[in-house]
Design a protein around this ligand. Structure first.
Ligand code: ATP
Ligand code: MG
Length: 366
């Protein structure tokens, strides 16, 4: 039988600031890897964030959301900028991102923190501690204390003002994030550490019970549990012990930022947000960097690596993903650096040139 090439619809949301510059590089990388792997991509570029506000008056136009929902995966650049800060008339660009996440029903946020051998000096930790770190934080994104009820302001028995929030997790919320985490660990090095505060919090007690229960579906993954205070400490003491970490919304918020600081390279860090079905959302963790926007200075590699996550976790195209990851390492090996990761003696290049070098590495033409 003739092998028909697989075809995917990808929605590109370049957004604001350096977003369009880095998305353009990632798009070229996807296109090239597709031609080498017998995949076909149909790209649709839609307005989002400040760009959409200027164009339509809202940060997430209906057409953008419906295009995103109808596609196989969504690749986002960055949102926001000085121009729309103090925006009283309209919604802020960032609201569009929250609406997009809600619209796509993504509940699992995956953030890898890898200390690449070429960039080990960028780490905030000592070389011998940082070397070889390769971990992934899987954060629950739609539940927990940020959304739990009751919440609000009130007064206590002394008439003093109080503010209160509630940590709530239902079984189905824990089970589905646990499954994403076990699947992720399976695609990585087979180790999962579940982080909670089960010695104090009931929501964490249920969390630990459910994660332990779900573990029986994944006998090939080695599960451990850790209290969050210890995890925060271990992340800077000995981050190499971690492969995949799964945790709730608030602990994940904190631990994923802590983990990213270990690498010290904001321009290199990718992320994925996944739901039960439907397209995943892939984006660099950095913002729109208005200070360097339009100057061809942005590091496109965080977005290129987000495109690799799109292939791996969004489409299951592992080989294509590996090609992109290998190309990023090869480009760094050949000494190319944007300003944010530059050190003396290496080749300082802009966003476009970095993109061209990544393409050469994908193609093997070096
Ligand atoms: P946001 O709130 O949208 O996350 P932010 O204010 O936290 O934005 P960023 O926009 O991520 O911050 O920028 C923080 C700093 O890092 C800026 O100096 C910016 O120039 C730099 N930076 C961010 N991303 C990149 C990149 N891809 N390449 C080079 N420098 C970057
Ligand atoms: Mg920020």
């Amino acid at each position: 039988a003739a092998t028909r090439s697989k075809s995917y619809n990808i929605t590109l949301l370049p957004g604001d600031g350096i977003g369009p510059e880095v998305i353009s590089v990632a798009k070229n990388a996807l296109q090239l890897v597709a031609s080498l792997e017998g995949i076909e991509f149909k790209f649709q570029e839609m307005p989002m964030g400040g760009a959409a506000l200027d164009l339509t008056g809202v940060p997430l136009p209906e057409e953008t959301l419906s295009a995103a929902k109808d596609s196989d995966a969504v690749l986002l650049g960055a949102i926001g900028g000085y121009k729309w800060d103090n925006n009283e008339k309209h919604l802020k660009p960032e609201t569009g991102l929250l609406q997009l996440r809600a619209g796509l029903k993504v509940f699992a946020n995956l953030r890898p923190a890898t200390v690449l051998p070429q960039l080990v000096d960028a780490s905030t930790l000592k070389k011998e501690v940082a070397e070889g770190v390769d971990l992934m934080v899987v954060r629950e994104l739609t539940g927990g204390i940020y959304f739990g009820k009751p919440r609000g302001f009130s007064t206590n028995e002394n008439g003093e003002e109080i503010g209160f929030n509630t940590e709530v997790y239902a079984t189905y919320e824990i089970d589905r994030i646990a499954r994403v985490a076990f699947e992720t660990a399976r695609k990585r090095h087979g180790k999962l550490c579940s982080v909670d505060k089960a010695n104090v919090l009931e929501a964490s007690m249920l969390w630990r019970k459910r994660v332990t229960e779900i573990a029986s579906e994944y006998p090939d993954v080695e599960l451990s549990h850790m209290y969050v205070d210890n995890a925060a400490m271990q992340l800077v003491r000995n981050p190499k012990q971690f492969d995949t970490i799964v945790t709730n919304n608030i602990f994940g918020d904190i631990l994923s930022d802590e983990a990213s600081m270990i690498t010290g390279s904001i321009g290199m860090l990718a992320s994925a947000s996944l739901g039960a079905s439907g397209p995943g959302l892939f984006e660099p963790i950095h913002g729109s960097a208005p200070d360097i926007a339009g100057q061809d200075k942005a590091n496109p590699l965080a977005t290129v690596l987000s495109a690799a996550m799109l292939l791996k976790y969004g489409l299951g195209e592992e080989k294509a993903a590996q090609r992109i990851e290998a190309a990023v390492l090869d480009t760094l090996d050949r000494g190319y650096r944007t300003g944010d990761i530059y050190s003396a003696g290496l080749k300082l290049v802009g966003c476009k040139k970095m993109g061209e070098e990544v393409l050469k590495s994908i193609d093997g033409k070096v």
